[in-house]
Design a protein around this ligand. Structure first.
Ligand SMILES: *Cc1c(COP(=O)(O)O)cnc(C)c1O
Length: 392
């Protein structure tokens, strides 16, 4: 096993091998497996918290709902941003206090709202009239924050179009919330997932600050600013460390909002991505014709078994193989399923060792976020991603 270790080269842009990567190299896996280091989540929580200062962290559960992650975060005093009844139940069952859970999905089932309210959750997101009506009926008198749509996202995985209401709409919704007996306590937004630099928040914060001021001018005594997620993970391009990144975001907020009574942040990716790596295997390396420039490398994991974020090649993972010291060349990377959409990287091929062959181990780095629950339950008979948690 140790001879193996020595063979892994230290490429310039590659960070030191992590505990989960070492674990993967030293063990065998019979199916694609996400290995998670919960201590790494805790470290990242402390690092983000140090930069976020008085802002409360509500972990975005959807990034990775693994029970050990939730348990540790409960223990560390984190709050939670939940999107469904099941996520709320999960947090409650692992000891989270309902006061520390926000129901942040702007598209909720009426009966999930009733469930949450009865369980003691009092803070809900909304971006439309009908959503406010549902909340008023099933969680009468609840606190609501209005989600704003933001344009000009510079994120690698923008979330901007689907959620939120535009500026004028926000004030109208607050007025409507009041008329329904709800308490419109603040605003939320999401700058877009994997926003690599803190400075990229500037344009969004300018937009949100203008609405915040307009709402206050209209007589709404806002107290809560929910800044969502967007905190980046390392996928090869250098990023600012979590503490300085978060501190810079808080500084940009202070410059624009002055004294906001309550700020909450909802990191997902930034908290858990670097705590995980996937153990995968090369199933086949081939060429389509003799003069084909590119090799095709097929893995035992693809878009339908955990790597959904390769959609549009948006998130570009990094890989480790046992041949990284050998000559490399451009390869098209694909999953194992019989769906032609199951190609991970083709527009921008990935540089992989030319000697790669069927049966080789293939490690996907920093993929603890948005993988395990993005796996289909058995498309083509391929099992969903297995998860192994390293304890302390
Ligand atoms: C997904 C999501 C997050 C987490 O976003 P990251 O970019 O992973 O940090 C935060 N808030 C809301 C409302 C979300 O939907």
């Amino acid at each position: 096993m140790n001879a193996y270790v020595a063979e892994f080269p230290a490429r310039d842009s590659v960070r030191r091998e992590s505990r989960v990567e070492t674990f993967i190299r030293q063990n065998d896996f019979d199916r694609p497996t996400l290995v998670l280091d919960i201590d790494r989540v805790a470290d990242q929580f402390h690092a983000l918290k140090a930069g976020l200062g008085r802002a409360r962290i509500h972990y975005a559960v959807k990034a990775n709902p693994q029970r050990e992650i939730i348990e540790r975060l409960v223990h560390l005093g984190s709050g939670f941003d939940a999107a469904s009844r099941a996520e709320i139940e999960l947090c409650l069952s692992l000891g989270a206090h309902p006061d520390h859970i926000s129901f942040g999905n702007t598209v909720k089932k009426a009966r999930d709202i009733a469930f949450a309210w009865n369980a003691g959750v009092t803070l809900f997101a909304a971006d439309a009239e009908q959503e406010l009506e549902k909340i008023a009926e099933h969680a009468p008198g609840a606190d609501v924050y209005i989600r704003l749509i933001v344009d000009a996202s510079e994120a690698d995985w923008p979330l901007s179009r689907k959620f939120g209401v535009a500026r004028e709409g926000a004030i109208r919704l607050m007025d409507y919330a009041v008329s329904l007996g709800l308490a419109p306590v603040g605003l939320s937004f999401h700058v877009g997932s994997q926003t690599k630099r803190a400075e990229m928040w500037t344009a969004t914060l300018d937009q949100v600050a203008a609405v915040w001021q307009a709402a206050r001018d209209a007589g709404h005594d806002l107290r809560l600013l929910n800044i969502g997620g967007g905190f980046p993970a390392f996928y090869g391009e250098e990023i600012q460390g979590p503490t300085s990144y978060a501190a810079r975001v808080m500084q940009l907020i202070a410059e624009r909002f002055g004294d906001v009574p309550e700020i909450m942040a909802e990191p997902g990716r930034g908290l858990v991505a670097e705590a995980g790596a996937i153990a995968a295997e090369v199933l086949l390396v081939s060429r389509k014709s003799d003069n084909d420039m590119h090799r095709w490398v097929y893995l035992d994991i693809g878009k339908f078994s955990g790597l959904a974020e390769t959609m549009d090649e948006a998130i570009r993972y990094q890989f480790l193989t046992e041949r990284d010291h050998e000559l490399s060349g451009p390869c098209i990377l694909a999953g194992p399923s019989c769906d032609s959409a199951d190609v991970l990287y083709e527009k921008r091929p990935v540089d992989l060792p030319l000697g790669l062959r069927a049966g080789d181990r293939f490690i996907i780095r920093n993929c603890g976020a948005y993988t395990s629950t993005y796996a289909s339950i058995g498309f083509n008979g391929f099992p969903p991603l297995d998860v192994v948690v390293l304890g302390d």
